[in-house]
Design a protein around this ligand. Structure first.
Ligand code: FMN
Ligand code: SF4
Ligand code: SF4
Length: 287
């Protein structure tokens, strides 16, 4: 199998990055992980690698716009093998349709092997419990392991997308427009300690510190990294404030806490998650 791999990943709040790191471990290749940011034009070319991975979080049943822009710049001298993975707060099959547009662009220069969706803790809408986080990460690790074997064997899989997929993903692409507009609605309250973390870490370079105060420009992609990671929970995210989640998930502690079960039985999972984990159990059993 190929020996050098590059994984281009966009990750607002760390979930997709965690999955990328798991791929690096399980692929057992010489793998580099590169973050997609507003400076994506300076990322290394896929020409230097034998295998390419692309990872992103699903935002309103689409990839974040920056991922699509980046993918459009990917050119190679000879066709390369490529795999895709995405993370989302739930496993609705519509999340698989998020890749339609980037697949169409990538097809020209890459042979797309396969794609996987990973349910990971919500960074928006509500905060998952430690039990649910452990369950999600345990399954993510199992699924990456079997996917890595399939990738190494260069196994092609048919694209599996929902009917009406084009319609659903294009309707929800309105989120890209909203993301930029809502930059104006981002507000910082008096709890801000002027630490500058949000400005330093914004992947779009969309926050400037002016007189010790964060100021939002017009380039937001609603990755929520700033509001999620603000140590003072001082950033409000406009109309979506009611869905804001603040404070990173402590994966290290949760995964090493022996009082938290590794997984939750199917019939005890919230209803929304049963279909995804049922499909996953079936797939893991067949392997
Ligand atoms: C603006 C926004 C839209 C989202 N839309 C979806 C969605 O359509 N489907 C889904 O499953 N999760 C959705 N999520 C949840 C994230 O995709 C999920 O928490 C993901 O694992 C975050 O990955 P990251 O930490 O790498 O950014 C959304 C999150 C945000 C911030
Ligand atoms: S991360 Fe929070 S506390 Fe720090 S500068 Fe930004 S808004 Fe203020
Ligand atoms: S301003 Fe906040 S939500 Fe917008 S791109 Fe930057 S870190 Fe992400």
């Amino acid at each position: 199998m190929d020996s050098r791999c590059i994984i281009y990943v966009f990750s607002g709040t760390g979930n997709t990055r965690l999955v990328a790191e798991r791929y690096r471990k399980e692929l057992q290749l010489d793998t580099e992980i590169m973050e997609i940011t507003s400076s994506y034009k300076s990322l290394p070319s896929p020409d230097y690698y034998d295998l390419v991975g692309i990872g992103y979080p699903v935002h309103a049943f689409n990839p974040p716009e920056i991922v699509v822009k980046f993918v459009k710049t990917l050119k190679v001298a000879t066709k390369k093998k490529l795999f895709i993975f995405h993370t989302g707060g739930e496993g609705l099959p519509f999340n698989d349709s998020s890749s339609i547009q980037i697949r169409r662009i990538l097809k020209k220069n890459f042979s797309i092997l396969s794609e996987r969706h990973y349910v990971m803790p919500y960074n928006m809408i509500y905060r998952h419990s430690d039990e649910m986080v452990r369950h999600m990460v345990t399954y993510m690790q199992k699924l990456v392991k079997v996917h890595a074997v399939a990738i190494r064997a260069e196994r092609f899989e048919r694209e599996q997308h929902m009917p009406l997929r084009h319609l659903i993903s294009s309707i929800f692409r309105i989120e890209w427009v909203y993301a930029q507009k809502q930059s104006r609605l981002m507000k910082v309250n008096k709890d801000c300690s002027s630490c500058g973390l949000c400005a330093r870490n914004c992947p779009m370079n969309n926050i400037r510190m002016v007189d010790g105060h964060p100021v939002f420009m017009k380039n937001c992609i609603l990755c929520v990294r700033c509001s999620f990671s603000c140590p003072e929970n001082a950033i409000s995210i406009g109309l979506l404030e009611g869905w804001k989640v603040n404070g990173p998930y402590d994966f290290k502690r949760i995964l090493s806490d022996e009082t938290i079960p590794e997984s939750i039985p199917l019939n005890e999972l919230p209803f929304l998650y049963r279909g995804y984990y049922r499909r996953l159990n079936k797939m893991l059993k067949e392997i």
